[in-house]
Every structure is written in structure tokens, then in C-alpha cells.
Write a protein that binds this ligand. Sequence first.
Ligand SMILES: Nc1nc2c(ncn2[C@@H]2O[C@H](COP(=O)(O)OP(=O)(O)OP(=O)(O)O)[C@@H](O)[C@H]2O)c(=O)[nH]1
Ligand SMILES: [Mg+2]
Length: 432
Amino acid sequence: MFVDEVKIHVKAGAGGAGCASFRREAHVPKGGPDGGDGGGGGDVVLEADTALSTLLDFHYKRHFKAPRGTHGKGGQRDGATGEDLVLKVPAGTLVRDAESGEAIGDLTTDGQRLVVARGGGGGRGNRHFVTSTRRAPTFAELGEPGEERWVELELKLLADAALVGLPSVGKSSLIARISAARPKIGDYPFTTLVPNLGVATSGEYSFVVADVPGLIEGASEGAGLGHAFLRHIERTALILHVVDLSGGFEDRDPLKDIAVINGELSAHAEELADRPQIVVGNKVDAEGAAARSERVAAWCEEQERPYFAVSAVTGEGIGPMLRAVAAQVRASREAAASAAPAFEAEYVHVASDDREITVQRAMDGGWDVTGRQVERLVVITDMNNEEAVAYLQRRLARLGVEERLKAAGAVDGDAVHIGPVSFEFEAHDDGV
Ligand SMILES: Nc1nc2c(ncn2[C@@H]2O[C@H](COP(=O)(O)OP(=O)(O)OP(=O)(O)O)[C@@H](O)[C@H]2O)c(=O)[nH]1
Ligand SMILES: [Mg+2]
């Protein structure tokens, strides 16, 4: 298992401000309010994509911001909505809130979506604030800021393909050539003692390749180190069967070696014999390798198995081999996805009780009032407009903020902080 973890900062778009304006027409001295609403800000959304297998991109770019909504205009013209920012993550990504550590979603199926930061609502234009006593409201709401937070993404990976072969055929050299993995490479058998995983890319497609310790004859019965690793191979959709073309070992011959490995695979589990397999003739740069390669190629053609002659040292033949691996991995993933039950895209919101209000002593001896809804009301209020402030006060009173403050022991003149704004507490007589 290969664990990939990143921490990213996501910020949704702010809502646009509502507009305070009045209709102006020839011959109409004072038209009614006609300010349009601000557009909502874009959400930041994570979307599972089975074509990806790594969170690598997020190691380079960590801050993501969705666009804001635009402001409303006169003539009842509403602002435009900010587009959602959709970030693709590999299927199998677990999402946590970085601060609380709480899991907020598990993206497992292709196309599944999770909103990690909600865009701010647009402010309403002044035409929404008309009442029987307020015919011409001079204020509109500001846009609400977008949510922002740090989230942790964690990916647990199983390999898509496994490099299998006798010791010293160059499995570790190959993974080092095609990925950022840097395993130990040596000219003695059993250089690799634990599996290494690397992420390889071909075009737009990336996949995970496992380099496992070499297998030897009798591995299925426990010989060498291979036995434990045959279990890993069991779960990979594709086997990259690596064979040495250099003739570096006297007792080895590529076709005999292939037979030994295939014998061990099927002795371990019969279905491994039918697992898609690509034969990779490595060390084609070595003297005499070309002739051996031709024999392997002829045999593979007879067996209808794909064959690629490569050199982990010079890079020869690596590109075509990776393209074939990518195509096979893609086919396997698509088969697995279509075998899974049909999935409907879903948005998972983080539930929080918006109406909850908390009153606490502030550091400065005043009071801190917190709660999603009250804080929202404050940030969308244009504090430079008296009419807007009076409207806010009535709404806060209706939500019970004043009562809560009184009950907590607030007296006239105390400072009250809500979000970024501070007021002076002034109790109204009961019933007002
Ligand atoms: N000439 C040549 N030598 C290679 C090539 N690939 C690997 N070698 C050499 O072969 C030896 C074994 O390479 P490794 O990559 O450690 O082989 P391995 O299959 O991982 O071996 P184990 O981990 O023991 O199973 C090293 O000395 C490499 O330098 C190649 O393409 N050409
Ligand atoms: Mg190795």
C-alpha cells in the first residue's frame, strides 16, 4: 500500500453585492427601487477521477480559489454567478477537515463530487427591502464571503501493474526509469527486499507500478523472498513480466526464465496464469541481446502476448512499453468501473446548525457572539448606511441575540463583537 497525503487550502468565491438604485425614466420624477442582486460565489468542489492515481499535483500547488459572483446593477440586473472550481482527485481519496481532523468525505467512484468550500451568497438588491413604511430603501446587502479552510487529502493506493521476474533482471532499474521511485539497484540477487511503488505517466494517464523482490523457482512453495510478494501480485490487474536479455547469468535463458516465472505464478494461484501480462525484455543494450530478443519476440507472437524490448539504462523502447501499459490499465479500470453499481453524482455538504448562537466573554471584557447565521447577517450589512444598520439590529433582535446577551450578563455600554464588527450594547425595553 502506498499512501499519498497532502494538505490544501480551499477558498470559495464571495458573493457579489446587491445594488441600491432607483428607476429613472423621463417624466417619472422618482421611480421605485430597482437594484439587482449580486451573483453567488463559486464553490470549490472535489471530483473523483479514475484516470488519476496520485495527489502529486497538489504537492506543487496548494491554494485554490473559486471565482466570485459579480455585483448587481440598476435596472434589476442581477450579477453573474461565479463558476465552481472543480478539482480532480484520484478515486479512493479520503477528505478530512485539517483543523478538526474530521472525515468529511470519501471519494470512491468516478465522477463523485464533494463540496469542500461553499461559495458566498449574493447580496440582495434594495428592491427586496421595500415595506409599507419604507418605500425607498437606500441600502442593499453586501455579498457573503466564501467559505475557506484547509483540507487534508489522503490516498491509499494499490498498484495497477507489478514488475515480476527473476532476481537481477532489472525490475528496480525499470521502476527508477519510469517513475520518481529510487529503489536500491544492485548486481546481486535479492537487492530488493520490500516492494517499491512508483507512479508512472504516459500522456495524460498515470498509474501505479510495483517493483517487488525477485521470484525464484520454488517461490510458490516458499523459496526465496518471493512468497509473501505473490500475494501483492494477486491484487494487481496487470503483470509486467521482466526478462533479462543480456545473457549475464550462465544458467539463464530468457524463454526458460519466462517458463519458470509463469510456473510459479500459476502454482501460487491459478487465475494468475490468465492475468493480462506484458512481456518486457530488458537490457536490450547488452551485447548479444538482439538475438535473444528476437527469440522472445517470436515466442510472444505465437502466444499472442504483447512484447517490448527495452533498456532501463539507455531508455530505449520505454515509451512504447508505457503506452501499452497505460492502455491496458485503462481497460482494466474501465472494466472494474462498469462492474461496480451505477453511481449518481452527489454533493455532500458539511452540515452545521446555522441558527445556533453562542455568547462568550471576550478577551477585552466585552462579548463575542458567534453563529453562522448571525455572522452572515453582519458581513452582508453595509455598515456605512444607517438604514442598513437599523435593519440589521432588528434582525439580530429577532434572532434573540439581545436576549442572549442580557441573560449572559451584558450591560449597556459593553462591547459586542460579531465577526469583524463591534457594537456597543444597548438594551431595549422589554417588548420593543
Ligand atoms: N546493461 C544493462 N544493465 C541493466 C539494465 N537494467 C538493469 N541493469 C543492471 O542489472 C542489475 C540488476 O538490476 P536491478 O534493477 O537491481 O534488478 P532487480 O530485478 O530489481 O533485482 P532484484 O531486486 O534482486 O530482484 C544492476 O546491476 C543494473 O545496473 C539495462 O537495461 N541494461
Ligand atoms: Mg530490485
